[in-house]
Design a binder for this molecule. Structure first.
Ligand code: NAD
Ligand code: WQD
Length: 340
């Protein structure tokens, strides 16, 4: 089967491409490399000893997409391509709606023209918003998004529902990721943020390796066990395998039409301080940190109820926190400048 992976050179995309190749899918990556490097794909090819068809292009370029669908017999699309910095989305909302919402719209239009009906979407725990109780479960309503980034994910989920209502052959899955961290165990591919990392793990890793002086912990006065925020961190390879499980499920469901959402998380929440301590133990480095102000938009704690993915997809996260941190650390030490 030919799988088109948009954004496949990025962090989660590259790990998923590796899992797809190891499961004998043929992969075509379409990426504009705005937040990634072609080197990730080269390394995936080396690790798997398989070839990836790479096309550089933007999902808003419908002519380029049409050319690609013409040249390859695409069976399904996994759609990662998006801008993903929550804070930045508040300062440049239009860029986020343009890229994430209009980009998805262009892709879905070209898919419709070429009658490609299977779609897997990178959604996020952020679609539950702040008003739902934890743990989040798929039966909850989509929440009031706390950022334009979050709103863009909610909008695409809504768009998929409407497309499915209008076309009974269309089948889509929204995978709602919690907090993916870690790297492939080889230390060859991983998360390579440009500039100052927004997310916790890449920031800690850069402090541990001496690239940054100290971490700001965003608040220690939350209603949690140690006062710092709690999140559901999962290994990026578990997440990658979740996509393969979702694709296999989509392929074998004869009766299913419409859109199905699945949470991908471990079902457990860990605090910022406990992550720092675990990182110190694994890396044997002292992580300097200071307690700063709360970050606007942060929620105290959220984690997944991931029973549905287990029940229907046969998927569950299996890798431990220690493995997540060991793999992050190996990647960071081997590649202090990312793919550069
Ligand atoms: P990433 O930035 O590493 O990967 C995104 C990829 O898409 C990059 O390679 C980028 O170059 C490409 N891209 C962006 N806009 C494009 C466009 N218009 N045309 C073609 N390519 C384009 O991010 P990631 O962490 O791998 O995230 C992948 C997806 O998962 C995103 O949709 C993101 O919103 C979603 N997600 C990520 C997280 C997370 O914590 N990393 C959590 C939940 C959901
Ligand atoms: C984790 C915890 C911070 C950095 C975001 C998006 C979410 C999803 C995943 C895409 C929080 C704390 C962080 C730092 C800190 N992405 N922190 N100092 O905010 O849970 O989720 O990424 O869909 O939608 O919102 O992840 O890694 O930024 O933060 O104290 O320098 O670490 O306050 O509690 P977050 P994160």
């Amino acid at each position: 089967m030919n799988i088109l992976v948009t954004g496949g050179a990025g962090y989660i995309g590259s790990h998923t491409v590796l899992s797809l190749l190891n499961n004998d899918f043929d992969v075509i990556v379409f990426d504009n490399l705005s937040n990634s490097s072609i080197e990730s794909i080269r390394r995936v090819e080396k690790l798997t000893d398989k070839k990836v068809t790479f096309v550089k292009g933007d999902i808003q370029d419908k002519a380029a997409l049409a050319e690609l669908f013409c040249a390859h017999n695409i069976d399904a699309v996994i759609h990662f391509a998006a801008l993903k910095a929550v804070g930045e989305s508040s300062t440049m909302p239009l860029a986020y709606y343009q890229n994430n919402v209009n980009g998805s719209l262009c892709l879905l239009e070209v898919m419709a023209t070429f009658k490609v009906k299977h779609f897997i979407f990178s959604s996020s725990a952020t679609v539950y918003g702040g008003d739902n109780n934890v743990p989040y479960i798929e039966t909850m309503p989509l929440g009031e998004a706390s950022s334009p980034y979050g709103a863009s994910k909610v909008m695409v989920e809504r768009m998929l529902n409407d497309v499915a209502k209008a076309d009974s052959d269309f089948r889509a899955i929204s995978l709602r990721y919690f907090n993916p961290i870690g790297a492939h165990e080889s230390g060859q591919i991983g998360e390579a943020p440009q500039g100052v990392p927004n997310n916790l793990l890449p920031y800690i890793a850069q402090v541990a390796v001496g690239k940054r002086k100290s971490l700001q912990v965003f608040g220690d006065d939350y209603q949690t066990l140690d006062g710092t925020c709690e999140r559901d961190y999962l290994h990026v390879m578990d997440l990658a395998e979740g996509h393969v499980a979702a694709l296999k499920w989509l392929n074998k469901q004869r009766g299913f039409t419409g859109v199905e959402a699945f949470n991908l998380g471990t079902g457990k929440a860990l605090s910022v301080l406990s992550i720092i301590r675990a990182f110190e133990q694994v890396s044997q480095q002292n992580i300097r940190y200071e307690i700063g102000a709360r970050r606007s938009g942060d929620l105290a704690a959220f984690w997944a109820n991931a029973d549905k993915a287990n029940r229907l997809l046969g998927w569950q996260a299996t890798r431990s926190l220690e493995q997540m941190i060991e793999d992050t650390w190996r990647w960071q030490v081997n590649n202090p400048e990312g793919y550069l």
